[in-house]
Design a protein around this ligand. Structure first.
Ligand code: MF3
Ligand code: CO
Ligand code: CO
Length: 264
């Protein structure tokens, strides 16, 4: 069992796993064009993780999940299963969620990709989802309670008239895919664990253009918005540091700094 506070040697491995997960997202971007199937995207990511990075997908076989990545298009909130029958088209928005295992440690990250010309609403939804994650990262430092993260996300998302999915949350991560603590994306004062240096967890807000309610499809995995409105999600794995946080899954093309310090 790994503990909620990671040791130096665990942190070293988590940095490697996080970077590797981010590199999958960097690599896959050039393949995401109209007419590619989500199964082909899955295969490309699988081969890259397994053959080039000598790592494993944590999703494949996780509670019976049948593929190596999650691909969630438009009204799919999360856990979309790649399929030969599902073809990307101009105007789609797709979340690709990558979780890898290297040296027994996990890295978990996801982002939205906009396919060709997309609607103003789609663009705004993705922008607000990403910005809500970034704003929460900026307040992280030892001593604050976990619910502050949810508070920042909720305030920003609701100010922009979008809704937050309540059924899924961020999570501690390490040797296990999902560990304590739960990281809620809305304010709940019971989510009161105090952040400490050495904690590693994900933040992964899912936000909808319509109502917040979701439903799970008959395949047992695919989660959609109940009202079929659009949904967007961004996810990072982060380490709490002495003065702020390090984004372990930071991608080279991100505008935010991978080490966020809170200056007094
Ligand atoms: N990567 C997701 C998360 O952020 C979990 C996917 S579980 C799977 O926690 F089985 F669907 F892959
Ligand atoms: Co996660
Ligand atoms: Co994930």
């Amino acid at each position: 069992m790994s503990c909620i506070i990671k040791t130096e040697s665990e942190i070293k491995k988590m940095r490697i796993s996080g970077k590797l997960a981010a590199e999958v997202l960097e690599m896959v971007e050039k393949h995401l064009k109209p007419n590619i199937s989500t199964e082909d995207i899955n295969q490309i990511c699988h081969d890259y993780i397994f053959y080039e990075k000598k790592a494993l997908s944590a999703c494949l076989g996780y509670h019976g999940f049948p593929k190596s990545i999650c691909t969630s298009i438009n009204d799919v909130v999360c856990h979309g299963i790649p399929s030969k029958k599902q073809i990307l088209k101009e105007g789609d928005i797709i979340n690709i969620d990558i979780t890898i295992i290297k040296n027994n440690y996990h890295g978990d990250t996801s982002k939205m990709f906009l396919i060709g010309k997309t609607s103003i609403l789609s663009k705004r939804l993705c922008q607000v989802a990403q910005e809500s994650l970034y704003r929460s990262l900026k307040i992280i430092q030892p001593g604050i309670p976990l619910y502050k993260i949810g508070e920042v996300i909720q305030n920003y998302v609701e100010k922009n008239n979008f809704s937050i999915v309540k059924e899924y949350c961020g999570h501690g991560i390490g040797r296990n895919f999902h560990e304590e603590p739960h990281v809620l994306h809305y304010k709940n004062k019971e989510n009161n664990v105090i952040l400490e240096k050495g904690m590693i967890f994900t933040i992964e807000p899912m936000i909808n253009s319509g109502h917040s309610q979701v439903k799970c499809m008959k395949d047992g995995w695919t989660v959609k918005t109940k009202d079929r409105s659009l949904s967007a999600q961004y996810e990072h794995t982060i380490l709490v540091t002495e003065y702020g946080c390090d984004i372990l899954t930071w991608q080279k093309n991100e505008r935010i700094s991978p080490t966020l310090f809170n200056k007094k």
